[in-house]
Design a protein around this ligand. Sequence first.
Ligand SMILES: Nc1ncnc2c1ncn2[C@@H]1O[C@H](COP(=O)(O)OP(=O)(O)OP(=O)(O)O)[C@@H](O)[C@H]1O
Length: 117
Amino acid sequence: MNVSKFLKSFQYAFQGIVYAFREQNFRFHLLAAIIAIIAGLLTGLSQTEWLVIIIVIAIMLTLEMINTAIERVVDLTTSEIHPLAKQSKDLAAGAVLVFACASAIIGILIFLPKWMN
Ligand SMILES: Nc1ncnc2c1ncn2[C@@H]1O[C@H](COP(=O)(O)OP(=O)(O)OP(=O)(O)O)[C@@H](O)[C@H]1O
């Protein structure tokens, strides 16, 4: 195994995370994640509930990064207006929206009953 190559690939991956931080949407989702974690600490969650919260946060941030990557590839492919370019970007953004809605519902299902008590 080439250790130097392995470490380099980690370096590139961290660079990808740095690029993500430059995106406003990614920072918004990160802020929402931090708020969810603070709310979880204050409310008190079971181990299973923490697992769900962590998985949801990880998927949300990952989806946002994939969405940004798709936007970059589309912009690289064409600078012209093209219906397929629009579909690609809108589908990727739609995927983020679908999961954001599901995350909000999961958050409500976990937190609301505890706050009602
Ligand atoms: N080359 C293109 N051809 C057709 N429609 C495009 C093209 N590029 C972007 N669009 C559409 O224009 C709208 C705005 O696109 P834009 O690239 O600004 O996306 P965005 O979500 O605002 O991304 P960013 O995070 O880079 O601001 C979207 O509906 C997108 O699908």
